[in-house]
Design a protein around this ligand. Structure first.
Ligand SMILES: *Cc1c(COP(=O)(O)O)cnc(C)c1O
Length: 369
């Protein structure tokens, strides 16, 4: 691909919306005024046109290829972000009289619990809130409800920097996972889940679209709510209309499709996962090198996507934020609820950016240590 831009881009550690693959941005820029062979911008085409139908179909096909999505799952492109899924999951899948289990592994998981409580009966099966969410609850921690409507988990805790490397054992109970901040960061076993959802703006594309992969039996369960739930909130309606009940976020779906194509071209999720492991390992090695920096997450549960760490005083942390920003390393200040630093290094984040941060950290320690 020819280089369209030579503008200066900073090293962007933002947690989301986050860095996008440069070749994707360049393709969007090149084709924004007129899609090749179409003569119209993606911003101008009808969502009922053949052009958009094929963009949607290709995005779905690439999602299916990348994740090996079995044929008894539907792939949906919805709106409202991951936060709307906090409500839609219980509204569709938690019948009156039933209980849903929630694993409270972080602040977004806690938000999911709060929203679900408005829709039905919730059991918090385990929580690490009292430990500042520094670890993922273990299998032994889980107090699961026999015959629960589903179990809800958060695959990667974006704010705290912890990640589940193993799925909880839940037997026949449907497993629902919020994968917003690590979707497609490595291979995933779709068949062990009943529903997977991810807001796109961290690892999949721009804000405005939410990827939902849902098993047929849960679509059928949601069909029982058709008469009582608004159509835009009902998985069965959205699946029957192939995400086209109303005007979908056409541009965001197009851009997500380009990111999927980029992932396929990089060799798929196994290759992408290896690159992500290498990036994260470099950063954690620097955090652990002398004790000047301190990782926030328990080592076994460290996230490959969001690397959180603190320094010994808040003054030093302020200096770190100020100096790193001045050095062109942007977005390292941690979430206000967790404090310290957070380096978000999603799929599109380049390894050179990690190298630049490691070099900065060594230099900062030399000057302030
Ligand atoms: C960012 C994030 C959310 C919230 O996503 P929205 O799309 O803004 O609603 C939910 N869960 C996790 C794990 C996140 O990282």
């Amino acid at each position: 691909m020819t280089k369209m831009t030579t503008v200066h881009r900073i090293v962007n550690f933002a947690p989301g919306p986050a860095v996008m693959p440069l070749p994707v941005l360049e393709e969007i820029q090149r084709d924004l005024v007129a899609l090749p062979g179409v003569g119209m911008s993606i911003l101008e085409v009808s969502h009922r046109s053949k052009v958009f139908e094929s963009i949607l179909a290709q995005a779905e096909a690439d999602v299916r290829t990348l994740a090996g999505v079995p044929s008894n799952y539907r792939v949906l492109f919805l709106q409202g972000g991951a936060s709307l899924q906090f409500s839609m999951v219980p509204m569709n899948l938690l019948p009156p009289g039933a209980t849903a289990d929630y694993i409270d592994s972080g602040r977004f998981a806690d938000n999911a619990v709060k929203e679900a409580k408005k829709a039905g009966t919730i059991n918090v099966a385990a929580s690490t809130k009292a430990e500042q969410y520094s670890r993922i609850p273990s299998q032994a921690d889980l107090k699961l409800t026999p015959g629960a409507a589903y179990v809800h988990m958060t695959a990667n805790n974006t704010i705290e920097g912890t990640e589940s490397t193993r799925l909880p054992e839940v037997g026949e109970v449907p497993l629902v996972s919020d994968t917003t901040s690590n979707m497609f960061s490595r291979p995933l076993d779709v068949a062990r889940h009943a529903l997977i959802y991810a807001g796109a703006q961290k690892n999949l594309g721009p804000a405005g679209v939410t990827l939902v992969i849902i098993r047929d039996d849960l679509v059928a369960r949601s069909a029982e709510r058709k008469a009582s739930l608004g159509s835009m909130l009902n998985y069965a309606v959205l699946a029957e209309t192939n995400s086209l009940y109303n005007t979908p976020p056409c541009f965001a779906i197009y851009a997500l499709g380009l990111v999927m194509k980029w992932l396929v071209a990089r060799g798929g999720l196994a290759a992408v996962g290896q690159a992500n492991e290498r990036k994260a390992a470099k950063l954690y090695a620097e955090i652990d090198r002398t004790g000047f920096y301190r990782g926030l997450a328990r080592k076994e549960d460290r996230s490959v996507m969001n690397v959180t760490f603190r320094l010994s005083t808040e003054d030093l942390e302020k200096a770190f934020v100020k100096e790193s920003t001045a050095a062109g390393l942007d977005g390292l200040k941690g979430h206000r609820a967790a404090g310290g630093m957070r380096a978000s290094i999603y799929n599109a984040f380049p390894e050179e950016g990690v190298d630049a941060l490691v070099a900065f950290m060594k230099d900062f320690e030399r000057r302030h240590g």
